[in-house]
Design a protein around this ligand. Structure first.
Ligand code: PLP
Length: 484
């Protein structure tokens, strides 16, 4: 494809306007700030511009084009109505420094969203201030630290599972707590024995991911909770995978004391390539006083006519303080609110039921062809291993690239680290059976190719606008011109 500069023809314009009826060429700007030469911009007609950018966008793979087996963690399909709603004038044009009286609607949305998340999680209080999963983990660990400081206990370590997301040990370290690894057993779940052995009065908290990164639901959470609570520790839920059990089980009921939500993963914010996020943490009462400020409180403004009023309150002396400007990423919260409202109680539950059904269907269809190191049933995702194919000389990376030729975005590969040649597949709730079957057939076909024609897989992709790119170069040299 040509650059817009290469398409440029002198004098072509994308607009046609009447001539100006005010004097031109006069300005009050100091002379030294005026440009000497006109900017070097391409000159194109309107259809040139539209076609150029449409064609460019067609080079990309995107969720409007096909399935993303990366799932909720990266790019699940998000209903467009949420985008419409967040762009309403009354929401999009608010200024964060407006007086509280003039943003009562916005505060109502945030307050009610907190309540919905409390309802979904069973937690007593929720804060929407953190703006990502990792940010929430960090916030939660500061809360836990303060909780123990207040109790006069000196606890300096965190237990994290060896299958956990890299952010778990990273946020522990940032919060000044030392991460210690707990091993998974051969079923991919936490080993109760190692956990008990590691548990002592130095451990502030145990971080569990449910379902874990293998897509498996920990079987013994209540036992784990007992062990942790017996030695006075806090049980933390990394709730980034909440997409798998919305409306089915409340984390609080399992014994968790604190958790985070990834609003952008579970509740309708497209966020591939690091777009805006929404964290949000939920806590039980004993941790509530440490939540970040400001907190939204509801007041009766006028008892007689039942007028209610929301306020941002800083009056929480034990709070860890502020961890983000204003009140988090408001737009992400609005989308989460609209999404939950739209689905209602039953719809929320159906999201997870369909996500689980789709993942189990694909898993059982594919396990004849690819090794399944940890037997299910799985939750919203499952992890295959490309070990069999690797023995034929074709690595998982090649399989992922070959999927592009069949019109699918590849799944997450080489994660979690405890699976060799891992392929982690999360189809999400919105894919229908026809799409799932097409995806399955592509992976079966590729398996066949690893036997009959391994070279075609090893040199994939063949049909994409760009072939294999140097993945490290992009980080070092931002001026990558693929079309040289
Ligand atoms: C995505 C994810 C995180 C981190 O969330 P971010 O919003 O990307 O910071 C943490 N834990 C798990 C299990 C995740 O999937």
């Amino acid at each position: 494809m040509k650059l817009s500069f290469e398409l440029s023809k002198k004098g072509r314009k994308a607009y046609s306007l009447p001539s100006v009826d005010i004097p031109i060429g006069t300005t009050s700007l100091p002379k030294e700030y005026l440009r000497k030469n006109l900017p070097r911009l391409p000159e194109l007609s309107e259809p040139d511009v539209i076609r150029h950018f449409t064609n460019l966008s067609n080079l990309n793979y995107h969720i409007e084009r096909g399935m993303y087996p990366l799932g909720s963690c990266t790019m699940k399909y998000n209903p467009k109505v949420n985008e419409e709603l967040v762009r309403l004038d009354g929401l999009a044009n608010l200024h964060p420094l407006q007086s509280e009286q003039t943003v009562q609607g916005a505060l109502t949305i945030l307050y009610e969203l907190q309540n919905y998340l409390s309802e979904i999680s069973g937690m007593d209080e929720v804060s929407l201030q953190p703006v990502a999963g990792a940010h929430s983990e960090f916030t939660a660990l500061l809360i836990i630290r303060k909780y123990f400081e207040k109790k006069g206990e000196h606890r300096t370590k965190i237990l994290v599972s060896d299958s956990s997301h890299g952010t778990n040990p990273a946020s522990s370290t940032l919060a000044g707590l030392k991460p210690v690894q707990v091993k998974s057993d051969t079923n991919g779940l936490i080993e109760l024995k190692s956990l008990s052995e590691l548990m002592n009065k130095e451990i502030a908290c145990v971080m569990l991911t449910v379902p874990n990164t293998l897509g498996l639901f920990e079987q013994q959470i209540e036992e784990i909770a007992k062990i942790v609570h017996k030695s006075g520790g806090i049980l933390y839920l990394d709730g980034a995978n909440l997409n798998a059990f919305l409306g089915i089980v409340k984390p609080r009921a399992l014994g968790f004391d604190i958790m985070h939500f990834n609003l952008h993963k579970t509740f309708a914010t497209p966020h591939g390539t690091g777009g805006p996020g929404g964290g949000g943490i939920g806590v039980t009462r004993k941790l509530a006083n440490f939540l970040p400020v400001p907190r939204i409180i509801k007041k009766m403004q006028n008892a007689k006519c039942k007028m209610q009023n929301y306020e941002l309150s800083y009056n929480f002396p034990d709070s860890i303080g502020r961890i983000h400007g204003f009140y988090g990423n408001f737009g992400v919260s609005v989308k989460a609110y609209a999404y939950i409202k739209m689905l209602g109680n039953l719809g929320i539950q159906e999201v997870s039921e369909n996500a689980i059904l789709n993942a189990n269907y694909l898993m059982s269809e594919l396990k004849k062809y690819y090794e399944l190191p940890y037997e299910g049933p799985c939750m919203h995702e499952f992890v295959l291993s490309g070990d069999r194919q690797a023995k034929r000389g074709v690595k998982t990376l090649n399989i992922a690239k070959r999927l592009l030729d069949y019109g699918f975005h590849p799944p997450t590969i080489y994660f979690p680290l405890i699976v060799h040649e891992a392929l982690m597949i999360e189809p999400t709730e919105t894919e229908n059976i026809e799409t799932l079957n097409e995806f399955r057939d592509a992976l079966i076909k590729i398996d066949e190719e690893t036997r009959n024609n391994p070279e075609v897989v090893k040199s994939a992709p063949h049909n994409t606008p760009v072939r294999r790119i140097d993945e490290a170069q992009a980080a070092r040299d931002l001026d990558v011109n693929f079309y040289k």
